[in-house]
Design a protein. Structure first.
Length: 410
Protein backbone atom coordinates (compact mmCIF):
# COMPACT_ATOMS: atom_id res chain seq x y z
CA UNK A 1 0.00 0.00 0.00
CA UNK A 2 1.38 3.41 -0.98
CA UNK A 3 1.78 5.65 2.08
CA UNK A 4 1.25 9.39 1.70
CA UNK A 5 3.27 11.78 3.90
CA UNK A 6 0.10 12.93 5.70
CA UNK A 7 -0.98 9.36 6.48
CA UNK A 8 2.51 8.59 7.71
CA UNK A 9 2.57 11.60 10.06
CA UNK A 10 -0.89 10.80 11.45
CA UNK A 11 0.04 7.17 11.99
CA UNK A 12 3.29 8.03 13.76
CA UNK A 13 1.54 10.62 15.99
CA UNK A 14 -1.27 8.26 17.05
CA UNK A 15 1.02 5.28 17.61
CA UNK A 16 3.46 7.44 19.58
CA UNK A 17 0.59 8.46 21.90
CA UNK A 18 0.06 4.76 22.62
CA UNK A 19 3.63 4.63 23.92
CA UNK A 20 2.70 7.43 26.33
CA UNK A 21 -0.41 5.59 27.51
CA UNK A 22 1.31 2.37 28.49
CA UNK A 23 4.21 4.36 29.95
CA UNK A 24 1.75 6.07 32.28
CA UNK A 25 0.37 2.72 33.39
CA UNK A 26 3.87 1.37 34.02
CA UNK A 27 4.76 4.47 36.06
CA UNK A 28 1.76 3.81 38.30
CA UNK A 29 2.20 0.06 38.80
CA UNK A 30 5.46 0.22 40.77
CA UNK A 31 4.04 2.82 43.15
CA UNK A 32 0.92 0.66 43.52
CA UNK A 33 3.26 -2.13 44.64
CA UNK A 34 4.37 -0.11 47.67
CA UNK A 35 0.90 1.36 48.17
CA UNK A 36 -0.70 -2.07 48.50
CA UNK A 37 2.06 -3.13 50.88
CA UNK A 38 1.10 -0.18 53.07
CA UNK A 39 -2.68 -0.37 53.01
CA UNK A 40 -3.43 -4.05 52.41
CA UNK A 41 -0.59 -5.15 54.73
CA UNK A 42 1.16 -7.58 52.38
CA UNK A 43 4.86 -8.52 52.22
CA UNK A 44 7.31 -7.62 49.44
CA UNK A 45 7.12 -11.20 48.18
CA UNK A 46 3.32 -11.02 48.04
CA UNK A 47 3.37 -7.60 46.39
CA UNK A 48 5.49 -9.17 43.64
CA UNK A 49 2.33 -10.99 42.55
CA UNK A 50 1.09 -7.62 41.25
CA UNK A 51 3.90 -7.55 38.68
CA UNK A 52 3.32 -11.26 38.07
CA UNK A 53 -0.30 -10.60 37.07
CA UNK A 54 0.63 -7.46 35.14
CA UNK A 55 3.54 -8.79 33.10
CA UNK A 56 2.26 -12.36 32.99
CA UNK A 57 -0.60 -11.00 30.91
CA UNK A 58 1.91 -9.99 28.25
CA UNK A 59 3.01 -13.60 27.94
CA UNK A 60 -0.56 -14.85 27.48
CA UNK A 61 -1.87 -12.15 25.15
CA UNK A 62 1.13 -11.56 22.89
CA UNK A 63 0.61 -14.48 20.48
CA UNK A 64 -3.16 -13.95 20.07
CA UNK A 65 -2.49 -10.24 19.51
CA UNK A 66 0.14 -11.06 16.90
CA UNK A 67 -2.16 -13.45 15.06
CA UNK A 68 -4.91 -10.83 15.00
CA UNK A 69 -2.49 -8.31 13.51
CA UNK A 70 -1.32 -10.92 11.00
CA UNK A 71 -4.85 -11.90 9.94
CA UNK A 72 -6.49 -8.47 10.01
CA UNK A 73 -4.35 -5.37 10.54
CA UNK A 74 -2.33 -3.38 13.04
CA UNK A 75 -5.33 -1.07 13.46
CA UNK A 76 -7.66 -3.89 14.58
CA UNK A 77 -5.00 -5.11 17.00
CA UNK A 78 -4.57 -1.62 18.47
CA UNK A 79 -8.33 -1.17 18.92
CA UNK A 80 -8.51 -4.53 20.71
CA UNK A 81 -5.68 -3.43 23.01
CA UNK A 82 -7.32 -0.12 23.84
CA UNK A 83 -10.62 -1.83 24.66
CA UNK A 84 -8.95 -4.25 27.10
CA UNK A 85 -6.98 -1.38 28.64
CA UNK A 86 -10.19 0.57 29.33
CA UNK A 87 -11.99 -2.50 30.75
CA UNK A 88 -9.07 -3.23 33.08
CA UNK A 89 -9.09 0.36 34.36
CA UNK A 90 -12.82 0.13 35.10
CA UNK A 91 -12.32 -3.17 36.97
CA UNK A 92 -10.29 -1.17 39.48
CA UNK A 93 -13.65 0.14 40.75
CA UNK A 94 -14.79 -3.13 42.41
CA UNK A 95 -11.21 -3.82 43.53
CA UNK A 96 -10.96 -0.51 45.40
CA UNK A 97 -14.51 -0.73 46.76
CA UNK A 98 -13.72 -4.07 48.40
CA UNK A 99 -9.98 -3.40 49.01
CA UNK A 100 -9.41 -6.94 47.80
CA UNK A 101 -5.90 -7.85 46.62
CA UNK A 102 -7.15 -10.72 44.43
CA UNK A 103 -9.48 -8.35 42.56
CA UNK A 104 -6.60 -5.93 42.04
CA UNK A 105 -4.60 -8.76 40.49
CA UNK A 106 -7.47 -9.61 38.13
CA UNK A 107 -8.03 -5.96 37.14
CA UNK A 108 -4.35 -5.40 36.40
CA UNK A 109 -4.20 -8.68 34.48
CA UNK A 110 -7.00 -7.54 32.11
CA UNK A 111 -5.49 -4.05 31.88
CA UNK A 112 -2.10 -5.51 31.00
CA UNK A 113 -3.66 -7.79 28.37
CA UNK A 114 -4.62 -4.56 26.65
CA UNK A 115 -1.15 -3.11 27.05
CA UNK A 116 0.46 -6.31 25.77
CA UNK A 117 -1.76 -6.14 22.69
CA UNK A 118 -0.81 -2.50 22.14
CA UNK A 119 2.89 -3.19 22.52
CA UNK A 120 2.77 -6.20 20.20
CA UNK A 121 1.29 -4.04 17.48
CA UNK A 122 2.80 -0.61 18.12
CA UNK A 123 6.43 -1.66 18.53
CA UNK A 124 6.53 -3.51 15.22
CA UNK A 125 4.24 -0.98 13.48
CA UNK A 126 6.50 1.97 14.30
CA UNK A 127 9.56 0.14 12.93
CA UNK A 128 7.73 -0.37 9.62
CA UNK A 129 6.57 3.23 9.22
CA UNK A 130 9.59 4.21 7.16
CA UNK A 131 12.90 2.76 5.99
CA UNK A 132 14.41 -0.15 7.92
CA UNK A 133 17.77 1.62 8.32
CA UNK A 134 16.30 4.08 10.83
CA UNK A 135 13.98 1.63 12.61
CA UNK A 136 16.03 1.76 15.85
CA UNK A 137 15.92 5.56 15.72
CA UNK A 138 12.13 5.66 15.21
CA UNK A 139 11.28 3.22 17.96
CA UNK A 140 13.59 4.98 20.43
CA UNK A 141 12.06 8.34 19.52
CA UNK A 142 8.57 6.96 20.14
CA UNK A 143 9.75 5.36 23.38
CA UNK A 144 10.79 8.82 24.59
CA UNK A 145 7.07 9.59 24.95
CA UNK A 146 6.75 6.33 26.84
CA UNK A 147 9.29 7.82 29.24
CA UNK A 148 7.14 10.93 29.71
CA UNK A 149 4.22 8.72 30.76
CA UNK A 150 6.44 6.76 33.15
CA UNK A 151 7.67 10.02 34.70
CA UNK A 152 4.16 11.43 35.24
CA UNK A 153 2.81 8.21 36.79
CA UNK A 154 4.84 8.24 40.05
CA UNK A 155 4.24 11.97 40.57
CA UNK A 156 0.48 11.41 40.44
CA UNK A 157 0.66 8.25 42.53
CA UNK A 158 3.07 9.71 45.09
CA UNK A 159 0.76 12.67 45.63
CA UNK A 160 -2.52 10.77 45.73
CA UNK A 161 -1.52 7.32 47.04
CA UNK A 162 1.64 7.36 49.15
CA UNK A 163 0.93 10.77 50.68
CA UNK A 164 -1.74 8.93 52.66
CA UNK A 165 0.46 7.27 55.26
CA UNK A 166 -0.32 3.78 56.44
CA UNK A 167 -1.99 3.47 59.80
CA UNK A 168 0.12 2.28 62.75
CA UNK A 169 -0.46 -1.30 63.82
CA UNK A 170 -2.03 -0.19 67.10
CA UNK A 171 -4.26 2.47 65.47
CA UNK A 172 -8.02 2.45 66.14
CA UNK A 173 -10.05 0.52 63.58
CA UNK A 174 -11.88 3.73 62.62
CA UNK A 175 -8.61 5.42 61.66
CA UNK A 176 -7.46 2.40 59.64
CA UNK A 177 -10.73 2.28 57.72
CA UNK A 178 -10.72 6.04 57.07
CA UNK A 179 -7.19 6.01 55.63
CA UNK A 180 -7.93 2.91 53.57
CA UNK A 181 -11.14 4.38 52.15
CA UNK A 182 -9.41 7.66 51.22
CA UNK A 183 -6.52 5.83 49.57
CA UNK A 184 -8.72 3.45 47.59
CA UNK A 185 -10.90 6.37 46.46
CA UNK A 186 -7.88 8.14 45.00
CA UNK A 187 -6.73 4.97 43.24
CA UNK A 188 -10.19 4.58 41.70
CA UNK A 189 -10.27 8.21 40.56
CA UNK A 190 -6.99 7.91 38.65
CA UNK A 191 -7.87 4.72 36.80
CA UNK A 192 -11.35 5.89 35.83
CA UNK A 193 -9.77 9.06 34.39
CA UNK A 194 -7.34 6.91 32.38
CA UNK A 195 -10.27 4.82 31.07
CA UNK A 196 -11.89 8.01 29.73
CA UNK A 197 -8.68 9.05 27.93
CA UNK A 198 -8.31 5.56 26.46
CA UNK A 199 -11.91 5.67 25.19
CA UNK A 200 -11.31 8.91 23.26
CA UNK A 201 -8.08 7.47 21.89
CA UNK A 202 -10.11 4.53 20.55
CA UNK A 203 -12.39 6.97 18.74
CA UNK A 204 -9.37 8.67 17.16
CA UNK A 205 -8.09 5.33 15.83
CA UNK A 206 -11.54 4.31 14.58
CA UNK A 207 -11.93 7.41 12.42
CA UNK A 208 -8.30 7.75 11.32
CA UNK A 209 -7.17 6.24 8.02
CA UNK A 210 -3.92 4.51 8.85
CA UNK A 211 -1.41 3.05 6.39
CA UNK A 212 -1.25 -0.71 6.59
CA UNK A 213 1.48 -2.75 4.99
CA UNK A 214 -0.29 -5.83 3.78
CA UNK A 215 1.91 -8.83 3.16
CA UNK A 216 0.86 -11.68 0.96
CA UNK A 217 1.93 -14.68 3.01
CA UNK A 218 2.29 -17.85 0.99
CA UNK A 219 1.46 -21.29 2.37
CA UNK A 220 5.14 -22.17 2.52
CA UNK A 221 5.94 -18.98 4.44
CA UNK A 222 3.18 -19.59 6.99
CA UNK A 223 4.38 -23.15 7.52
CA UNK A 224 7.97 -21.95 8.05
CA UNK A 225 7.13 -19.10 10.42
CA UNK A 226 8.86 -20.89 13.31
CA UNK A 227 12.14 -20.74 11.41
CA UNK A 228 12.69 -17.35 13.05
CA UNK A 229 14.16 -19.36 15.94
CA UNK A 230 16.96 -20.47 13.62
CA UNK A 231 17.99 -16.84 13.31
CA UNK A 232 20.73 -16.39 15.94
CA UNK A 233 20.26 -12.64 16.26
CA UNK A 234 16.55 -13.10 16.95
CA UNK A 235 16.79 -16.08 19.32
CA UNK A 236 19.51 -14.50 21.46
CA UNK A 237 17.63 -11.20 21.33
CA UNK A 238 14.52 -12.93 22.63
CA UNK A 239 16.41 -14.19 25.69
CA UNK A 240 18.15 -10.84 26.14
CA UNK A 241 14.76 -9.11 26.11
CA UNK A 242 13.45 -11.57 28.72
CA UNK A 243 16.35 -10.82 31.07
CA UNK A 244 16.30 -7.09 30.40
CA UNK A 245 12.60 -6.75 31.22
CA UNK A 246 13.17 -8.87 34.35
CA UNK A 247 15.83 -6.36 35.40
CA UNK A 248 13.83 -3.26 34.50
CA UNK A 249 10.67 -4.35 36.30
CA UNK A 250 12.61 -5.60 39.30
CA UNK A 251 14.53 -2.32 39.56
CA UNK A 252 11.30 -0.33 39.56
CA UNK A 253 9.21 -2.64 41.74
CA UNK A 254 11.39 -2.19 44.84
CA UNK A 255 12.83 1.27 44.15
CA UNK A 256 10.82 2.87 46.96
CA UNK A 257 11.67 0.03 49.34
CA UNK A 258 15.40 0.45 48.63
CA UNK A 259 15.35 4.23 49.08
CA UNK A 260 13.44 4.18 52.39
CA UNK A 261 15.42 1.21 53.71
CA UNK A 262 18.77 2.91 53.12
CA UNK A 263 17.62 6.44 54.03
CA UNK A 264 15.40 6.37 57.12
CA UNK A 265 14.74 10.13 56.89
CA UNK A 266 12.98 9.70 53.50
CA UNK A 267 9.25 8.90 53.53
CA UNK A 268 7.39 6.73 51.04
CA UNK A 269 5.89 9.73 49.25
CA UNK A 270 9.30 11.42 49.02
CA UNK A 271 10.79 8.18 47.66
CA UNK A 272 8.09 8.22 44.98
CA UNK A 273 9.41 11.61 43.83
CA UNK A 274 12.90 10.14 43.57
CA UNK A 275 11.33 7.39 41.49
CA UNK A 276 9.94 10.11 39.23
CA UNK A 277 13.45 11.54 38.94
CA UNK A 278 14.67 8.05 37.98
CA UNK A 279 12.05 7.92 35.25
CA UNK A 280 13.07 11.40 34.09
CA UNK A 281 16.57 9.97 33.83
CA UNK A 282 15.06 7.07 31.87
CA UNK A 283 13.42 9.52 29.47
CA UNK A 284 16.53 11.70 29.20
CA UNK A 285 18.57 8.59 28.48
CA UNK A 286 16.47 8.00 25.37
CA UNK A 287 16.48 11.66 24.34
CA UNK A 288 20.24 11.92 24.78
CA UNK A 289 21.15 8.54 23.32
CA UNK A 290 18.80 8.28 20.34
CA UNK A 291 20.66 10.91 18.26
CA UNK A 292 23.93 9.11 19.06
CA UNK A 293 22.60 6.09 17.19
CA UNK A 294 23.11 8.05 13.99
CA UNK A 295 26.85 8.03 14.72
CA UNK A 296 27.50 5.06 17.01
CA UNK A 297 26.18 1.54 16.44
CA UNK A 298 23.14 0.79 18.59
CA UNK A 299 24.72 -2.61 19.33
CA UNK A 300 27.73 -0.97 21.00
CA UNK A 301 25.63 1.48 22.99
CA UNK A 302 23.49 -1.39 24.27
CA UNK A 303 26.59 -3.33 25.34
CA UNK A 304 28.25 -0.38 27.09
CA UNK A 305 25.11 0.79 28.92
CA UNK A 306 24.28 -2.72 30.16
CA UNK A 307 27.82 -3.29 31.44
CA UNK A 308 27.62 -0.01 33.39
CA UNK A 309 24.32 -1.17 34.92
CA UNK A 310 25.84 -4.48 36.01
CA UNK A 311 28.54 -2.56 37.88
CA UNK A 312 25.96 -0.21 39.42
CA UNK A 313 23.94 -3.17 40.74
CA UNK A 314 27.05 -4.47 42.50
CA UNK A 315 27.57 -1.01 43.98
CA UNK A 316 23.97 -0.94 45.25
CA UNK A 317 24.62 -4.10 47.24
CA UNK A 318 27.55 -2.57 49.12
CA UNK A 319 26.42 1.07 49.33
CA UNK A 320 24.47 2.83 52.03
CA UNK A 321 22.92 6.26 52.30
CA UNK A 322 22.03 8.66 49.52
CA UNK A 323 24.79 7.55 47.15
CA UNK A 324 22.77 4.37 46.57
CA UNK A 325 19.78 6.48 45.49
CA UNK A 326 21.96 8.27 42.94
CA UNK A 327 23.29 4.95 41.64
CA UNK A 328 19.75 3.58 41.38
CA UNK A 329 18.64 6.63 39.40
CA UNK A 330 21.66 6.18 37.12
CA UNK A 331 20.57 2.61 36.37
CA UNK A 332 17.35 3.94 34.85
CA UNK A 333 19.31 6.32 32.61
CA UNK A 334 21.40 3.46 31.23
CA UNK A 335 18.40 1.12 30.88
CA UNK A 336 16.57 3.64 28.73
CA UNK A 337 17.40 2.41 25.25
CA UNK A 338 17.56 -1.32 25.97
CA UNK A 339 14.02 -2.51 25.18
CA UNK A 340 13.49 -0.72 21.84
CA UNK A 341 17.08 -1.39 20.75
CA UNK A 342 16.89 -5.12 21.49
CA UNK A 343 13.48 -5.21 19.79
CA UNK A 344 14.68 -3.49 16.62
CA UNK A 345 17.92 -5.49 16.38
CA UNK A 346 16.14 -8.80 16.97
CA UNK A 347 13.74 -8.43 14.03
CA UNK A 348 16.14 -6.55 11.74
CA UNK A 349 17.34 -9.65 9.87
CA UNK A 350 13.99 -11.50 9.69
CA UNK A 351 11.91 -11.70 6.51
CA UNK A 352 8.76 -9.59 6.48
CA UNK A 353 6.55 -12.69 6.70
CA UNK A 354 7.95 -13.47 10.18
CA UNK A 355 8.05 -9.99 11.71
CA UNK A 356 4.58 -9.93 13.31
CA UNK A 357 4.98 -13.40 14.82
CA UNK A 358 8.49 -12.53 16.04
CA UNK A 359 7.15 -9.29 17.55
CA UNK A 360 4.61 -11.33 19.50
CA UNK A 361 7.38 -13.52 20.88
CA UNK A 362 9.38 -10.48 21.92
CA UNK A 363 6.36 -9.10 23.76
CA UNK A 364 5.88 -12.52 25.38
CA UNK A 365 9.41 -12.21 26.74
CA UNK A 366 8.08 -9.42 28.97
CA UNK A 367 7.02 -12.32 31.21
CA UNK A 368 10.49 -11.84 32.70
CA UNK A 369 8.94 -8.89 34.51
CA UNK A 370 6.33 -11.21 36.00
CA UNK A 371 8.92 -13.58 37.44
CA UNK A 372 11.70 -11.36 38.78
CA UNK A 373 9.81 -9.20 41.37
CA UNK A 374 8.54 -12.26 43.20
CA UNK A 375 12.07 -13.73 43.27
CA UNK A 376 13.53 -10.41 44.41
CA UNK A 377 10.79 -9.99 47.00
CA UNK A 378 11.57 -13.40 48.51
CA UNK A 379 15.26 -12.58 48.97
CA UNK A 380 14.49 -9.00 50.00
CA UNK A 381 12.27 -10.22 52.85
CA UNK A 382 15.13 -12.46 54.05
CA UNK A 383 18.27 -10.39 53.42
CA UNK A 384 17.21 -6.84 52.63
CA UNK A 385 16.42 -5.04 49.39
CA UNK A 386 20.09 -4.80 48.37
CA UNK A 387 20.19 -8.54 47.69
CA UNK A 388 17.50 -8.27 45.03
CA UNK A 389 19.49 -5.71 43.09
CA UNK A 390 22.59 -7.89 43.20
CA UNK A 391 20.58 -10.60 41.42
CA UNK A 392 19.94 -8.18 38.54
CA UNK A 393 23.67 -8.13 37.73
CA UNK A 394 23.30 -11.43 35.87
CA UNK A 395 20.57 -9.99 33.65
CA UNK A 396 22.57 -6.93 32.66
CA UNK A 397 25.70 -8.97 31.92
CA UNK A 398 23.85 -11.11 29.36
CA UNK A 399 22.29 -8.06 27.70
CA UNK A 400 25.78 -6.57 27.46
CA UNK A 401 27.00 -9.79 25.82
CA UNK A 402 24.14 -9.57 23.30
CA UNK A 403 25.04 -5.97 22.46
CA UNK A 404 28.74 -6.66 21.95
CA UNK A 405 28.68 -10.18 20.47
CA UNK A 406 25.27 -11.89 20.14
CA UNK A 407 23.72 -9.23 17.89
CA UNK A 408 26.42 -9.38 15.25
CA UNK A 409 25.66 -10.88 11.83
CA UNK A 410 27.90 -13.67 10.60
Amino acid sequence: MKISPIQLRIAIALVTFLFFLWGLSYGLIDVMNKNLQNHLHITQHESGYLQMAYFGAYFIIALPAGFIAQKFSYKIGILMGLALYAIGCLLIIPATNSANFALFLFAFFILACGLGTLETNANSYITKLGDSKNSSFRINAAQSFNGIGQFIGPIIAGQLFLSITKAPKDAPIEMIEELLQKNMGNVQLIYVAIAVVVFFTMLAFIFAKLPEQKEEITTQQSQNILTCFKNKIFSLGLFAQFLYIAAQVGAGAFFINYVTEHNTDISDSQAAYYFSIALIAFMLGRIFTTPLMKKISSHKILGIYSMINALLCVYLYFSSGFSGVIALIAIFFFMSISFPTIFAISISTLPQSQVKFASSLLIMSIVGGAIMPSIMGYFNDLYGTSMGYLILTICFLFVSYYGFIGSKEK
